[in-house]
Design a protein around this ligand. Structure first.
Ligand SMILES: Nc1nc2c(ncn2[C@@H]2O[C@H](COP(=O)(O)OP(=O)(O)OP(=O)(O)O)[C@@H](O)[C@H]2O)c(=O)[nH]1
Length: 601
């Protein structure tokens, strides 16, 4: 272990704040992280920046070197910042700790040209829900037309050096971002105007390309943590370690291992730990704690070196037996001198805390980590989409078997978030007509499911409409009786609605609807047609009446609508029928309701 690495010094009582980077795709999360790492490597002496599992630690002296005049290291006693290496809110929601987000603070990256995009909003929702303080990095300022880059400079300095037009162009874009933040319930301003970072979101213009504004970004993050989070950073680093599983993976020579972030206490290479697993807590003995070798030694035999212990906050790879069932996003707790059952109970509680509500009827959801399962489930809850089964892991045939049992056809679906679908599960799903939805973006996953539901509902609606008698009113034309009876064939004009074949026909007499017969065919100039619309004139055959007796030329006739159909039409399908039909329906209902006010209700 290097002495200059503050994050592993066990006598520290203030731990490193954990920073996550979120934002819309391509807005520059990875570039920004790379730039921070790169600047740190350049600024620090060799070895000052250590490789960690899943995270990059940037110590305070390196930050102050990058930030120059902006930071006076004597103002700070926090050891630096620990940046989580995998950007994006997917990893952010995986990175949970007891009671919320693992990250203490976040950077929301927004492309100045692109402004707020769907994933920006999704990230904001997650930050709100987890109550994580954040600042906004308004990225790509170097792309403003006419921009004159000043590599690595503080942002106000480089902005002042730009032409008036460039300055006003950039300001306009920045104010748009501030406006969008305010639309989402956050009061925000340029960071140098923000007095109270708890009440206001600071916007830091940066370029991940030219490093302009990077000094400011680090300064603001450091200041924010020091000012508002110092108390939360006060931990007993010598206590038993507490952490979160980032990833479960095979490591050559060590079998299944856990990449984990320890956010409290210390983990030692002879500790017994409790880890959240698919079937409940796993109790196992640490075999080795691994961290990447320093860069200069990387060519030597092994990628990892063993360490005796790791203190919060830090990333570590844990090798131990029986980790096959461990879940990404699950808690890890060291037992050491604590009561074993108490620690197990704590892990159980933490697992139970991850809220995924399931119901008897609903869809099946699968996700790669507990955190993402929780995030997906909460999105579905907001959308009122019921979930029947929720699990971490790849989609397997038994998931299809479960989905198949859903009563509603819309629920015979599996929503798979960032997980594999086993080949035999895919085949089975196709065979059993269970719909599979796969995506790495929650809102897109939910959107494609929604589209599917809409399509099913529309098809069902059409099916219902097809089997329902639709309203129409028509008049027998004068001098247009082609045949008097058996069946009567007369010329008619459709007055309202759409007339179809094979319907019963009524005539209103003294407030009563009297059935006169069944309309069998409709002909347009000698050709059979299925229907006729208002305004059209047709020849129709009606089985039952004799013209001159039950019906007369000039009579107004109506399609007879069964009461049940009338009710469905009025209550459920009103939006799906034409204006014309709606008009015919309301006249028809009115006639009935003159006699019986509750008809069709
Ligand atoms: N000119 C300029 N280009 C940038 C800047 N930051 C990022 N880019 C470019 O924008 C593109 C996307 O950047 P990434 O860092 O991959 O974006 P990301 O948000 O990590 O994207 P995902 O990981 O795919 O979600 C890349 O081509 C970068 O080179 C910037 O400040 N200026």
């Amino acid at each position: 272990m290097s002495d200059t690495d503050p994050t592993t010094a066990t006598d520290d009582t203030l731990r490193t704040p954990i920073v996550a980077v979120l934002g819309h795709v391509d807005h520059g999360k990875t570039s920004l992280l790379d730039k921070i790492r790169g600047s740190a490597v350049t600024a620090g002496e060799s070895g000052a920046i250590t490789q960690h599992i899943g995270a990059t630690a940037v110590p305070l002296d390196v930050i102050s070197e990058i930030a120059g005049d902006l930071v006076d290291p004597t103002d700070f006693d926090l050891p630096g910042l620990l940046f989580i290496d995998t950007p994006g809110h997917h990893s952010f929601s995986t990175l949970r700790s007891r009671g919320g987000a693992l990250a203490d603070i976040a950077i929301l990256v927004v492309d100045v040209n692109d402004g707020f995009q769907p994933q920006t909003l999704e990230a904001i929702d997650i930050l709100k829900r987890t109550q994580t303080p954040f600042i906004v990095a308004a990225n790509k300022i170097d792309t403003v037309p006419g921009w004159n880059p000043n590599e690595g400079q503080p942002v106000q300095q480089t902005m002042d050096a730009q032409s008036d037009r460039v300055q006003s162009d950039l300001n306009e874009k920045l104010y748009e971002i501030i406006g969008e933040l305010s639309d989402n319930g956050f009061s925000a301003d340029m960071y140098w105007r923000v007095q109270n970072f708890q009440a206001n979101i600071g916007v830091v213009p940066v370029s991940a390309e030219t490093s302009e504004g990077i000094p400011d970004l680090l300064t603001v993050m450091m200041g924010l943590s020091q000012r508002y989070m110092k108390e939360e950073m006060e931990i007993d680093t010598s206590g038993p370690g507490v952490g979160t599983v980032l990833e479960v993976k095979d490591t050559q020579g060590f079998g299944t291992t856990l990449d984990a972030i320890i956010y409290d206490g210390t983990i030692r290479n002879d500790d017994t730990i409790v880890v959240g697993g698919l079937q409940g807590p796993i109790i196992t003995d640490v075999r080795a704690l691994l961290r990447p070798r320093p860069l200069e030694e990387i060519r030597t035999e092994q990628e990892f070196e063993q360490v005796d212990q790791v203190a919060a906050a830090d990333g570590v790879k844990i090798a131990a037996p029986e980790l096959g069932d461990a879940m990404a996003g699950a808690p890890i707790r060291v037992i050491r001198d604590r009561d074993r059952s108490e620690v197990i109970a704590e892990v159980e509680e933490e697992l139970a805390e991850i809220e995924v509500t399931t119901q008897e009827e609903g869809v099946v959801i699968k996700a790669d980590t507990l955190g993402s399962l929780e995030a997906l489930s909460s999105t579905l809850e907001e959308e009122e989409i019921p979930v029947m089964r929720a699990e971490v892991g790849a989609v397997a045939p038994r998931d299809v078997r479960v989905a198949e049992t859903a009563g509603e056809s819309t629920n015979q679906a599996i929503l798979a978030f960032s997980v594999d679908v086993l080949d035999d599960a895919r085949d089975l799903a196709e065979q059993e007509d269970v719909k599979l939805f796969e995506d790495d973006v929650i809102y897109q996953l939910v959107e494609s499911y929604d589209d599917h539901v809409t399509a099913i509902e529309e098809a069902q609606q059409e099916q219902i409409l097809e089997n329902i008698t639709r309203p129409a009113k028509f008049r027998i034309l004068q001098d247009h009786t082609f045949r008097q009876s058996d069946p009567a064939v007369v010329g008619v004009e459709i007055l309202s609605g759409e007339l179809r074949r094979n319907v019963n026909v009524v005539r209103w007499e003294n407030g009563e609807a009297n059935r006169v017969g069944t309309l069998k065919t409709i002909q347009d100039e000698g050709e059979d047609v299925d229907s006729a619309r208002a305004g059209e004139r047709m020849a129709v055959s009606i089985q039952g009446p004799t013209v001159g007796r039950q019906v007369e030329e000039g009579d107004d006739l109506w399609v007879e609508i069964p009461e049940k159909h009338a009710k469905i039409l009025e209550q459920e399908l009103k939006e799906d029928i034409s204006v014309d039909e709606r008009e015919a329906l309301s006249m028809y209902l009115e006639k009935h309701r003159n006699r019986d006010p509750f008809w069709g209700k």
